[in-house]
Design a protein around this ligand. Structure first.
Ligand code: SAH
Length: 213
């Protein structure tokens, strides 16, 4: 599959849709306008790539809805050179957005098949995250902490403590919390022990898997 002017045109329309839905961050919108989302999905589904919808990928997982990606990315308030951790690499689309935003990007995926596939794919596409790791996102990634921002892209039944403790002061954790539906939640670390919490309504994610061997 290729990226063509027709795809670029569809991305422009998608960006317009996201703006209408309330996304304002121009660097997030620019990233979405640039990244060929159709290449992150199996060929044959490319007509769905620029609709504002989640879509199935390998291993029973989904590529998040563009609005959700934009909404979470906006909440992260990433600046060029920030240290950013993503939990749930999946298709790598959100990883690519973080790279476009200038983040030093680390991402963790729990499923080996996806981890391998996406690692290869992102490098083919020219994206250079600092590190992609195969492991359990509940633990975060201590060796590269602290982070300016952490984004969780699967539904967490509770907020894993290591993610809070791996934030810098003023660092931001964006995490959908809940079992059946999730409340998008932002934690800002105000001091060593204090976190400010804000909630942003309901979203629906695949579950953050625990104790998977
Ligand atoms: N950011 C992805 C969203 C993928 S869906 C994208 O843009 O495509 C969520 C992903 O989280 C899935 O790939 C799933 O395998 C992964 N995941 C689930 N539990 C996890 C865990 N405990 N640690 C790391 N990744 C996990």
């Amino acid at each position: 599959m290729k990226d063509t002017l027709r795809h670029a045109g569809k991305r422009k329309q998608l960006v317009t849709t996201l703006m209408k839905k309330g996304i304002k961050d121009t660097s997030v919108l620019a990233a979405i306008e640039k990244i060929p989302r159709h290449l992150f999905m199996d060929s044959g589904f490319e007509d769905h790539a620029y609709q504002d919808k989640a879509f199935p990928i390998a291993a029973d997982q989904t590529i998040s809805q563009p609005y959700t990606v934009a909404f979470q990315s906006e909440l992260l308030q990433i600046k060029n050179g920030d240290n950013v951790l993503e939990i749930g690499t999946g298709s790598g689309y959100q990883t690519a957005v973080l790279c476009e935003l200038g983040a030093k990007t680390y991402s963790i995926e729990r499923q080996k098949e996806l981890f391998k596939k996406t690692k290869l794919f992102l490098s083919k596409l020219g994206y250079r995250p600092k590190h992609l790791s195969f492991g359990d996102g509940y633990k975060g990634l201590e060796e590269h902490a602290p982070y300016n921002a952490i984004i969780v892209t699967a539904g967490a039944p509770y907020v894993p403590k290591p993610l809070l403790s791996q934030l810098k002061i003023n660092g931001r954790l964006v995490i959908p919390v809940g079992e059946k539906v999730q409340i998008m939640t932002l934690f800002v670390r105000k001091s060593e022990k204090q976190f400010e919490k804000r909630e942003f309504g309901e979203f629906k994610f695949v579950p953050l898997l625990e104790n998977k061997s």
